[in-house]
Design a protein around this ligand. Sequence first.
Ligand SMILES: CC(=O)SCCNC(=O)CCNC(=O)[C@H](O)C(C)(C)COP(=O)(O)OP(=O)(O)OC[C@H]1O[C@@H](n2cnc3c(N)ncnc32)[C@H](O)[C@@H]1OP(=O)(O)O
Length: 205
Amino acid sequence: MKDKLLIIGASGHGKVVADTALKMKTWKSIAFLDSDESIIPPFNLEIIGLSNDASRYLEQYDVFVGIGNNAIREKIQDQLELEGASIPVLIHPSAVIGEQVKLASGTIVMAGVVINCYTTVGKGCIVNTSATIDHDNLIGDYVHISPGANLAGTVTIGKGSWLGIGSAVSNNVNITQDCKVGAGTVVIKDLTETGTYVGVPARRV
Ligand SMILES: CC(=O)SCCNC(=O)CCNC(=O)[C@H](O)C(C)(C)COP(=O)(O)OP(=O)(O)OC[C@H]1O[C@@H](n2cnc3c(N)ncnc32)[C@H](O)[C@@H]1OP(=O)(O)O
């Protein structure tokens, strides 16, 4: 753990990552890397280098990937791990985390989230604003659970899957890897094939 934090990506998701990190009051300073010169960084923070410059800062900074796309986040975090980066977990102070919950590095838990007991969340995940994950869930690496999604008890989500805003997953349901579950979709049965699913109940499109 270092006393400075570097966030890769200063656009929409990176902004919320920075906001969460500021609220944690854990780092003396926070800065961004971003290759897009047109971006004005939020909260008067600085962009100190290009997106692929992280290697130069690993001695001094904790590093967090603030990019919403699951596949891109995975690629960058995997490389950072190979280089020995210190990658924290970010938890907004308003989140409620149950007993025996495990959260792996590079995961962010945003404002208003509730994660109930005995759930495990893999690395590089986004648990977005006001999502709820109930007891005994197993969330794979690089999953994004969008704002307001609700997962009942004993749900499994495979690596790289994306649950859209306001979606719901019934208890004891398993969703395989790299699925996209649309906004407002209700999943009541296992999704065993990778694909895009929408509607109530969920159907593949
Ligand atoms: C902080 C943040 O912003 S986090 C980000 C939150 N964002 C989201 O949650 C967005 C979720 N994304 C969606 O719901 C998208 O519509 C997706 C990923 C499911 C599908 O996107 P695409 O692959 O581009 O599919 P496309 O738009 O072509 O739709 C395919 C069909 O599914 C239907 N469809 C798409 N999304 C939905 C949905 N959420 N519910 C019901 N039907 C849907 C479309 O109407 C279309 O039907 P048609 O073939 O009869 O015309």
